[in-house]
Design a binder for this molecule. Structure first.
Ligand code: ASP
Length: 304
């Protein structure tokens, strides 16, 4: 019986020092609460959903509560959940007033017809089934309101630039359960001051997230417009078949950097249960369970 594995991340930007402990604590909490459940037999899909829900509730991160505002001063959220045993996925993009976009995405995981809904249609689908909506006040933090007010009038601000300064925080989780099944999930508010309707890599199958029991599972974070171009998560899963898990993550990020000058990070688990993580951004916040050592939560720095 395979040993269960769990790794979660809380973004890979240039996380300012004053926010680093919050990122470590948030990732640790998600891993600490969900790993024992996985060990007791929770399946990988349930585990990644539950871990991401905890991260979405934590205002530290750019997902659910605490997400960035878009250019119109709204919060638009994207999420996906992938099942490595079936290759099924469910994804929702550009949805509003949802605390747990990952659970909204899960509604489509085994849907008989559709796997990805966006915008008004996604919202209507959720309303039709009375999926819980929250007021924007439940998602909006003063920190993000102030940040939005500062950047909305800055003529030089581009969503590509904030890697230099902003706090980061897309969230993701990857799990291997007792039956050997892999799953991955990612949830995000996207990039600050994005145009309404902008969809990044996170909810796009193969780009921000992928899971296949025959190779591995990955959740990515970073500048979505670049990650999309190299289909990063699937790229790393394919590399799992050629090399060690860590080397696959390193090569995936190398492709992101050399082919499209992109910035980001990945976490993953290959089909043998080996962890993978790498980033070329200044920092990445993540936590994982290591046999014999328990939960290790950290901010890794590019030159560590
Ligand atoms: N990849 C996300 C996006 O571009 C942002 C992030 O990971 O922080 O929407």
């Amino acid at each position: 019986m395979p040993e269960v594995k769990l790794i979660v991340h809380g973004g890979a930007w240039n996380i300012p020092e004053k926010h680093q402990q919050d990122h470590i604590d948030g990732c640790r909490k998600a891993a600490e609460l969900i790993y024992p459940e996985l060990n007791k037999g929770m399946n990988a899909v349930d585990a990644v959903e539950a871990a991401v829900r905890l991260l979405e509730e934590d205002a530290t991160f750019d997902a659910g509560r605490g997400a960035f505002l878009n250019a119109a001063g709204e919060i638009e959220l994207d999420a996906i959940i992938c099942d490595g045993s079936t290759l099924n996925f469910g994804a929702m993009a550009a949805i509003h007033n949802i605390l747990h976009p990952v659970s909204a995405a899960r509604l489509l995981l085994n849907h008989p017809e559709h796997c990805f809904l966006a915008g008004e249609g996604a919202q209507r689908f959720l309303r039709d089934i009375d999926f819980p909506e929250v007021k924007i006040e439940e998602l909006l933090t003063n920190r993000e309101l102030e940040y939005y007010q500062q950047i909305k009038v800055d003529p030089d601000f581009r969503t590509k630039q904030p890697f230099q300064s902003h706090r980061g925080g897309t969230v993701g989780a990857v799990a291997l359960d007792k039956t050997g099944n892999l799953a991955a999930a990612t949830s995000t508010g996207g990039t600050p001051r994005k145009l309404p309707g902008r969809i990044g890599d996170s909810p796009v199958i193969g780009s921000g997230t992928y899971a296949d029991n025959q190779s591995g599972a990955v959740s990515a974070t970073g500048y979505g417009e670049s990650i999309l171009k190299v289909v990063l998560a699937k790229q790393v899963c394919d590399l799992f078949l050629q090399t060690s898990a860590m080397e696959a993550a390193r090569k995936g990020i190398e492709i992101l950097q050399t082919r499209v000058n992109g910035w980001g990070g990945v976490i993953g688990i290959n089909k043998y249960g080996e962890y993978a993580f790498h980033h070329n951004t200044e920092c990445m916040a993540f936590a994982r369970h290591v046999p014999g050592r328990g939960i290790i939560a950290q901010i890794s720095h590019r030159n560590d």
